[in-house]
Write a protein that binds this ligand. Structure first.
Ligand SMILES: Cc1ncc(COP(=O)(O)O)c(C=O)c1O
Length: 452
C-alpha cells in the first residue's frame, strides 16, 4: 500500500475531509478570533493544493517520516499557513528550531545581505562570518573554541571523535585506552552511526546494527551507577542532555550533573552536554546547564542556532581542543558564510538579557496556566519543563490530542513513548498566543476519551 493511502486509511483525522472536526475547528478558531486566511504578505506562491503535495510526496520521497497531514507553505511570526491559506498557531517551531519565529526581519536581512555577498566558501579559506560567530559563541559560553557542523547529529559525531582523540592524546602510553561512552535512558543524540549508538530508543538502533560499539546505557539520574562506571577508567566521555527533549522533557537534577562532573574530573573522562534541543535560550537561560551551575568539557548545539538554516556546533574547552590537529575532522558545508551570518543575527537577539528574561517569564506563566487549566483532567499526569520547553505527560497516547489540536489550528508535538505532549513554541511567542494555545489544548482534551 502506498504511503498516502496508508495515511488516509490510518487513524489520523485528515483536515480536508468535510468532517465534524473541521466544522468544530472552524468554530473554535472563529471564537478565538484567529485569522483563518493568510494575509497577502505570506500568501504562498504555489499552485499545488495540499492534497496534491501529499499525494506526490507518497510517490517520490523515501518513507522515513510519519507526517502530519498538513502542508506548510509559508509563515510569519508564530503563524504558519498551508497552500489554501489556512492558518495554524505554531507551538512546534520546526522542533525547537525557529526560535525567532518565521520571517524575523533581522534574520531575513542577515541572510539576504550575506547571500548577495558570499554564500559558500571552502574551509580551506578563512571567512568572516564563521570567525565572527565562533568569537561570539566563545564570548558567551564556557568554551574556548568551536567546531562547526551542519546538524545536531554531526555535532555529536564531532564530540565523539574529539573525546576519543583527547583520550589518546592525553594518555598515549596507556595500554587500555578509554574509548567507551556513557549515555542515558530516554536520550536522543541523532541518527548517524555514532550519535545513533548513543541514542537510547532501541527501535532507532536495531535495524542498523552494528552501530558504534562501546556505549553503556544507564538510568538518567542514576548517580551511583554512573560514578562507578566512570571510575573504571574505560569511559572516554559521558553524553547527557541537561533537559531531555525527544525522550519526554525530563530535567536532570543538579546533584546528578554535579556528580557526573566530579566523577569525570577524577577519572579523566569528558563531560559532554547535548544542548541541541534545550540550549540557546529555550530554558530562559542562554545555556540550559547554567540553571545547574555545572560546566561541561564539550557542548553540542544545532537546531535554533541559525534560525532555520542547517547548522551544528561543538563548543570545546581548550584542554580538549589542544588534542585536535589539522585533518582530524572537517566538513564541506559547515560554518559557511550564509548560515553563520544568519546565526549571528539569532545569537545577538537571543543572548540579550531582556530576551532571556522574557522567555523565563512566559515559560513560567505558560506552565502555571497549563497546570491550572489541564491539571484537573484525569489523563494529565504532570506538566513539566523549564522556560519554553514544556511537556504534558498523559496516561494515554497523546496522538488524539495532537490531531484534535491540529484540527483546531494549533500545531504541537509528541515526545517520550508517545504519551507526552511537547510544547516548544518560537521563543518570541506572545503571552496572548500562549493563552490561546492553552485554551485550544483544554478544548481538545475530550479527544483523549473518544479514541482511547
Ligand atoms: C538532544 C538532541 N541531540 C541531537 C539531535 C539530532 O539533531 P539533528 O536532527 O539536527 O541531527 C536532536 C534532534 O532532535 C536532539 O534533540
Amino acid at each position: 500500500m502506498g504511503s498516502l493511502q496508508h495515511f488516509l486509511n490510518g487513524p489520523i483525522s485528515v483536515p480536508f475531509s468535510p468532517n465534524l472536526n473541521l466544522r468544530r475547528s472552524f468554530f473554535l478558531r472563529a471564537c478565538l478570533n484567529l485569522d483563518v486566511h493568510a494575509p497577502d504578505s505570506v500568501r504562498p506562491k504555489t499552485h499545488l493544493k495540499s492534497r496534491e503535495v501529499m499525494e506526490m510526496e507518497g510517490k517520490v520521497l523515501v518513507g522515513t517520516y510519519a507526517r502530519n497531514p498538513v502542508v506548510i507553505a509559508s509563515g510569519k511570526g508564530c503563524k504558519l499557513y498551508d497552500p489554501e491559506g489556512r492558518e495554524y498557531l505554531d507551538c512546534t517551531s520546526g522542533i525547537a528550531v525557529n526560535a525567532l519565529g518565521h520571517g524575523d526581519p533581522d534574520w531575513v536581512k542577515a541572510v539576504v545581505e550575506q547571500a548577495n555577498l558570499l554564500t559558500h566558501v571552502s574551509n580551506v579559506f578563512y571567512s568572516v562570518p564563521q570567525v565572527e560567530l565562533a568569537r561570539r559563541l566563545v564570548a558567551c559560553s564556557f568554551a574556548d573554541r568551536v567546531f562547526f557542523s551542519n546538524s545536531g547529529t554531526e555535532a555529536n559525531e564531532a564530540a565523539i571523535k574529539f573525546a576519543r582523540k583527547y583520550q589518546r592524546f592525553t594518555n598515549p602510553d596507556e595500554k587500555q585506552q578509554a574509548t567507551e561512552f556513557i549515555s542515558f535512558s530516554n536520550s536522543f543524540h541523532g541518527r548517524t552511526m555514532g550519535a545513533l549508538a548513543l541514542t537510547s530508543k532501541e527501535q532507532y538502533r536495531f535495524p542498523f546494527e552494528p552501530v558504534m560499539p562501546g556505549v553503556n546505557f544507564l538510568e538518567y539520574g542514576d548517580v551511583q551507577a554512573a560514578t562507578a562506571l566512570i571510575k573504571s577508567g574505560r569511559i572516554a566521555a559521558v553524553f547527557v542532555e541537561p533537559i531531555q527533549g525527544e525522550g519526554g522533557i525530563y530535567s536532570a537534577t543538579k546533584e546528578f550533573l554535579q556528580s557526573l562532573r566530579s566523577a569525570c574530573d577524577d577519572a579523566g573522562s569528558l563531560l559532554v552536554f547535548d544542548e541541541v534541543q534545550c540550549g540557546l535560550g529555550r530554558t530562559g537561560y542562554l545555556w540550559a546547564h547554567e540553571a545547574y551551575g555545572v560546566v561541561p568539557d564539550i557542548m553540542t548545539l544545532a537546531k535554533p542556532l541559525a534560525g532555520g538554516l542547517p547548522i551544528g556546533a561543538a563548543l570545546l574547552s581548550e584542554k580538549v581542543a589542544a588534542a585536535i590537529k589539522y585533518g582530524d575532522h572537517g566538513s564541506t558545508f559547515a560554518g559557511g558564510p550564509l548560515v553563520c551570518n544568519a546565526a549571528i543575527a539569532v545569537l545577538d537577539k537571543i543572548s540579550k538579557p531582556g530576551f532571556l528574561a522574557s522567555v523565563s517569564k512566559k515559560g513560567q506563566s505558560f506552565k502555571e496556566l497549563l497546570i491550572h487549566k489541564l491539571g484537573g483532567n484525569s489523563h494529565v499526569r504532570e506538566v513539566r519543563g523549564l522556560g519554553l520547553i514544556i511537556g504534558i505527560e498523559l496516561d494515554v497516547s497523546a496522538s488524539p490530542l495532537v490531531d484534535a489540536c491540529r484540527d483546531s489550528s494549533l500545531l504541537i508535538l509528541t515526545a517520550g513513548k508517545g504519551n507526552v505532549v511537547r510544547l516548544v513554541p518560537p521563543l518570541i511567542i506572545s503571552e496572548q498566543e500562549l493563552e490561546r494555545a492553552a485554551e485550544i489544548i483544554l478544548e481538545c482534551l475530550p479527544a483523549l476519551d473518544k479514541t482511547n
